[in-house]
Design a protein around this ligand. Structure first.
Ligand code: MLT
Length: 410
């Protein structure tokens, strides 16, 4: 008799992005002529930069030739890409890392979910509320969340409130936590942390021997000066932070899949007996055992982003999405709505009008205006009463969605 992992039975009823897809599909079945505009899930709409396409075409040609063909690559990534990351993403910001601290992967969602595998089950985990749901879901599936208490909260998870009152800036917890998930610029609120705000968390982690998992999927959208692009810009972070970065939102790789995770060798974890272990070694073992590497073609594509023309082209794409975000921000603000984010992030976090329930708001917006948002409580209890738009659709669709939204709001 095969027993299943019963932790799966403890998961929340739905995974928000999947639930939304189903609701859109149901709407299209009833209204086959529907012209639904998606400002919901953050999927990109601009084609890949030309430099990326050309690099991948070159790589495909190499694979077609017996002299340059390649089979398995290094599990942790090709040196050519890792060196570009070290130079352009880190050295350029005064951060020195070594090649064996970088692990190339197939998207930050995988690593964000898998990283828990190298940590014990009894850690107290801190996540913000609202939050990208994968952090909590992965903890539940991996049996790391503890038990569900009477308040419907997990005993091993400390929820850090991010509300209008604190400007969506997470404050340090009163209790001691061991693993801290932070995502900045934030998904879903679109808020970025300043160096001082992030330093507070790094100092906490160092003092409490905690580890921060820092999700920097939206780093490329940072516009303001005092916003760190990497947690390693904060002194001491190399001793306590794992950083996960993605090419999905940066250069349109949502379909291609490529990301990387930085696990500095200075980070240590402990066994129950107090023995000290380097977390880098554990992650290396995990990656080399479970993964055969991101494809050569895709890594060549990612490498091309760092070329002169690649950088210019992807920055143009980011400007395009950020202009969309600015349009959404200004249109919704002009309607008198409370609007957050959209300045260092393509995510815009908005209070539902008339204190409407988020899911009800989502349904009405879909049925009446055929515009898709993400209901805030898909990101946690404190997301209730909010919704999220993104700037990732085309300019035409973004403008049309705003026209419909304004007409709908009447
Ligand atoms: C989002 O819209 O929050 C993201 O696209 C979801 C994801 O990356 O899985």
């Amino acid at each position: 008799m095969a027993l299943v992992n019963e932790n799966y039975l403890k998961l929340p009823e739905y995974y928000v992005f999947n639930e939304i897809e189903q609701k859109i599909n149901a709407h299209k079945v009833i209204h086959p002529e529907a012209n639904v505009i998606r400002l919901g899930q953050g999927d990109v709409s601009r084609p890949l930069p030309d430099a990326v396409i050309r690099a991948m075409q070159g790589a495909v040609a190499e694979l077609a030739d017996v002299k340059t063909f390649r089979g398995y690559g290094p599990e942790t990534g090709y040196r050519f890409l890792i060196e570009k990351i070290l130079k352009y993403d880190y050295q350029s910001r005064g951060v020195s890392l070594s090649a064996d601290e970088i692990f190339i992967s197939d998207g930050s969602k995988s690593d964000v979910g898998n990283i828990g595998h190298i940590f014990g089950r009894d850690n107290i985990i801190a996540i913000t509320d609202p939050v990208y749901p994968v952090y909590e879901n992965a903890a539940i599936m991996g049996g790391r969340s503890g038990y569900l208490n009477d308040d419907d909260l997990w005993s091993n998870i400390v929820y850090i409130p991010c509300t209008e009152k604190n400007g969506f800036v997470p404050q340090l917890p009163d209790e001691k936590v061991d693993i801290i998930y932070l995502c900045y610029p934030n998904n879903p609120t679109g808020i970025a942390l300043t160096k001082e705000q992030l330093k507070m968390w790094v100092d906490y982690a160092l003092e409490n021997k905690a580890i921060i998992i820092y999700d920097g999927a939206y780093t490329a959208y940072i516009q303001e000066d005092n916003i760190p692009h990497s947690i390693y810009e904060i002194k001491g972070a190399k001793k306590c932070a794992i950083e996960i970065r993605s090419y999905s939102k940066t250069a349109g790789f949502t379909g291609l899949r490529c990301s990387y995770t930085v696990v500095p060798k200075d980070i240590i974890g402990y066994t129950m007996y107090g023995e000290v272990l380097r977390v880098n070694g554990l992650w290396n073992r995990r990656v080399t055992t479970y993964y055969n590497g991101t494809s050569y073609v895709v890594q060549r594509g990612a490498e091309a982003m760092y070329s002169k023309e690649g950088q210019k082209q992807y920055k143009e794409i980011i400007d395009y999405y950020m202009t969309n975000a600015a349009i959404i921000r200004s249109e919704l603000t002009s309607l008198g709505l409370d609007v957050y984010g959209g300045v260092n992030s393509p995510n815009i976090w908005v209070k539902t009008p008339y204190k409407k329930d988020s899911w009800r708001f989502f349904q009405e917006l879909l049925y009446d205006a055929e515009v898709v948002c993400i209901p805030g409580d898909g990101f946690g209890k404190l997301g209730a009463g909010f919704f999220r738009f993104t700037g990732f659709n085309s300019r035409e669709n973004t403008e049309e969605a705003m026209r419909r939204f304004k007409k709908w709001m009447g």
